[in-house]
Design a protein around this ligand. Structure first.
Ligand SMILES: Cc1cc2nc3c(=O)[nH]c(=O)nc-3n(C[C@H](O)[C@H](O)[C@H](O)COP(=O)(O)O)c2cc1C
Length: 202
């Protein structure tokens, strides 16, 4: 059974990221996956403190809820990051989780440990913003790519939606909910994502 771990990075419960997340989870569960949604904006997860505590061990020494998140990442087969655009970036709480993967980066590139959790995962991003600029998601895509690399997760692409602002506005998008649900199904069944057209890679 495919285990999907989803980081819900918006503080707005019932908002657009949450709606997209739930659609993906519905598709995945109906296709037999085990799913877990972590409301990271409402969890106690500090950003990296650059204390050097992981330098020799690859283990972060900050004692907060990220401790269990590391173990959940290790156990997962698929990572989904869902975040709105905040100031052309992901939200601060999503960034905090990403910064804490520095311990994994140390494990991988400095201590030359094997794969995190002993395997390679698949990773996707769900993201939407209010504006419509061409470069809206460029920085975010780069950040997510490097996050996924640190946790041995192959970035498979992103569902990206422009012009989505009010709470629930994503429901008015002609394709978004169906696309997220279908993505969940594809992730659950281990189908190849390369030919799934809605996924953007840059
Ligand atoms: C603090 C804050 C910063 C934002 N910055 C941007 C931005 O830089 N570009 C943009 O297109 N939308 C921006 N938005 C709009 C959100 O991305 C948009 O409303 C999104 O759909 C919210 O998703 P949610 O309901 O999952 O939180 C911002 C919203 C907030 C609250």
């Amino acid at each position: 059974m495919v285990k999907i771990l989803l980081f819900m990075g918006s503080p707005r419960i019932g908002g657009n990221s949450d709606i997209l997340s739930q659609a993906l989870i519905t598709g995945a569960r109906n296709a037999g996956a085990k799913t877990e949604r972590l409301p990271i904006a409402h969890m106690h997860i500090s950003p990296c403190l650059e204390c050097g505590g992981c330098d020799k061990t690859g283990e972060c020494i900050i004692d907060d809820e990220m401790r269990t998140v590391y173990r959940k990442i290790e156990a997962s087969d698929v990572i989904v990051v869902a975040s709105p655009v905040f100031f052309y970036n992901i939200t601060a709480s999503t960034q905090a989780v990403i910064e804490r993967s520095q311990a994994c980066w140390i494990g991988k590139y400095v201590l030359k440990r094997g794969k995190f959790g002993g395997k390679t995962r698949k990773g996707v991003l769900l993201c939407q913003g209010a504006t419509k600029g061409r470069l809206l998601f460029d920085g975010i895509l780069r950040t997510i790519r490097y996050f996924f690399d640190a946790i041995d997760t192959d970035f498979k692409g992103a569902l990206l939606y422009r012009g989505i602002e009010a709470k629930g506005a994503i429901r008015q998008h002609p394709d978004a909910i169906n696309e997220a649900e279908t993505l969940g199904k594809l992730l659950a069944t281990g189908a190849t994502l390369e030919s799934y057209k809605p996924l953007k890679n840059k």
